[in-house]
Design a protein around this ligand. Structure first.
Ligand SMILES: C[S@@+](CC[C@H](N)C(=O)[O-])C[C@H]1O[C@@H](n2cnc3c(N)ncnc32)[C@H](O)[C@@H]1O
Length: 446
């Protein structure tokens, strides 16, 4: 039996609650599970759309009312403005959105006192939309829907590409699968998908780009571990880590949860001695679940990777993957809340943490071995600048030709990309550092 879709005003209430949460500093990953199951998919779609247009909506609201109403009413008003300001991109006709937003205001005790105010603002918006929108065009936060400091940093880091990066950040990302080549090859998986009327295109070495997004459980083969959801840019990591390694190599994945790249390494080198660490024990559970589904074996431990005395047994690694904690500025198209949650000071703090991890892990690499450093960030402080500083202080580290910075979308890259030129990928930074074979051997005792 199919249930009727919940009314739009309920979905708007839930979406506005998610937007209000982001403004309080709560990620959508925290607030979405609190939304009633029947509303969740619709509320997520509306909230993600609203977050991609929140800069514009807030600028419009300031024109409509100099003083913001209380937070819940303001979140509802801004959500309605974000969804309806550009008619051709609106998920519903703007008149419908306005009617339903006023209904949403009426139906909640928190927003009912502002119902007339919300109604007046939104009706005026519908009457004067073109002029109001034009009046916000000169405001970069409205134009690009990112915080001012973020836009300034991108302009500084990428004088020729910053606009393309911001455009890509506001677009809908594609759904890309990574084929578990240990279980099935790409052609047969494509045939299996085609039987379920899912068209796919090969990307990179292991990926399939789907014709459109859909729920994971609507795609055959997930429970059987035939594939994982993984962006084409993220799919580069395991190939870089396993390149040139013997089958039983000892490999460290230092910041592994939820295990996407760990699993890929295991799929490519099933006999490798793979150790996956993550500082967050709950996220380590996610690694276990993913490895189990995909049939990959690895030792998983909850530990601060930089505190090597707490977990290292003294045996050096043939290869290390450091997929370091970062601002996630390269994946904002998938996580549209990230741009509003980050503070400018986070960039330096995270860069310092990346440096701490890099410095602590480098001595654990065998002479002749390689370390793959990556972040899902397009900020140079977390990528090229981090590498330049490390290389300046570590004469045994030799930078190999590699992807460098990947821009989100189909954007330019700052290095040599092995096999993903044509793919649509997230923003990343990759560097492969080889340890000179003449370097002093690593410490054998913990
Ligand atoms: C970018 S995510 C890793 C994504 C993962 N490699 C994948 O592909 O699925 C960074 C991870 O680093 C972990 N982390 C942060 N600081 C850490 C530390 N000092 N030691 C180990 N893990 C850490 C976080 O908990 C987070 O799960």
């Amino acid at each position: 039996m199919t249930h009727p879709a919940p009314p739009l005003w309920r979905q708007l209430q839930a979406a506005a609650a998610i937007v209000a949460g982001v403004r309080r500093g709560e990620s959508t990953a925290t607030t979405l599970p609190r939304v009633a199951q029947d509303l969740r998919a619709g509320a997520q779609a509306l909230a993600f759309h609203a977050l991609r247009h929140l800069g514009r909506a807030e600028a419009l609201r300031r024109l409509l009312a100099r003083r913001a109403p209380p937070p819940d009413a303001d979140a509802l008003l801004c959500t309605a403005l974000a969804l309806s300001w550009r008619e051709e991109a609106a998920p519903y006709p703007p008149f419908t959105l306005v009617d339903q937003a006023v209904e949403a205001a009426k139906r909640s005790a928190e927003t009912r006192p502002q119902q007339a105010f919300i109604n007046a603002c939104l009706r005026r918006f519908l009457r004067e939309r073109d002029a109001l929108v034009a009046a916000t065009d000169a405001d970069p936060v409205a134009r690009w829907n990112h915080p001012r400091w973020w836009i300034a940093r991108l302009r500084h880091d990428w004088p020729d590409a910053w606009e393309a990066i911001l455009e890509a950040n506001n677009a809908q990302p594609p759904l890309t699968l990574r084929v578990n080549t240990h279980r099935i090859s790409r052609g047969p998986l494509q045939e299996l998908l085609a039987v379920a009327h899912i068209a796919s295109t090969p990307v990179g070495r292991y990926g399939l780009l789907l014709d459109r997004s859909r729920p994971v459980d609507a795609i055959p083969g997930f429970a059987d571990g035939l594939w994982s959801v993984q962006d084409a840019g993220a799919q580069l990591a395991a190939g870089l880590v396993t390149a040139g390694l013997p089958p039983t190599a000892r490999i460290l994945d230092a910041c592994a949860a939820p295990g996407g790249k760990t699993a890929h390494i295991g799929e490519l080198l099933p006999k490798a001695r793979l150790l996956a660490l993550d500082v967050d024990p709950r996220r380590c559970e996610r690694i276990h679940q993913n490895l189990q589904r995909l049939g990959v074996h690895a030792e998983v431990r909850a530990a601060d990777a930089a505190d090597t005395r707490g977990w290292w047994d003294g045996e050096p690694f043939d290869a290390i993957l450091l997929d370091a904690p970062c601002t996630a500025s390269g994946i904002v198209r998938r996580h549209p809340d990230v741009r509003w949650l980050r503070r400018e000071s986070d960039v330096e703090q995270l860069a310092a943490e990346q440096k701490r991890l890099l410095t602590a892990l480098w001595p654990l690499l065998k002479p002749g071995g390689h370390l793959v450093y990556c972040t899902c960030s397009v900020f140079r402080a977390e990528g090229a600048d981090q590498m330049a500083a490390f290389l300046a202080h570590n004469s045994a580290a030799v930078l190999q030709p590699g992807p460098g910075h990947l821009m989100p979308g189909r954007g330019e890259v700052g290095g040599t990309l092995p096999d993903n030129q044509e793919s649509d990928h997230d923003g990343f930074f990759y560097a492969v550092l080889q340890k000179s074979a003449l370097d002093a051997p690593a410490r054998q005792e913990p």
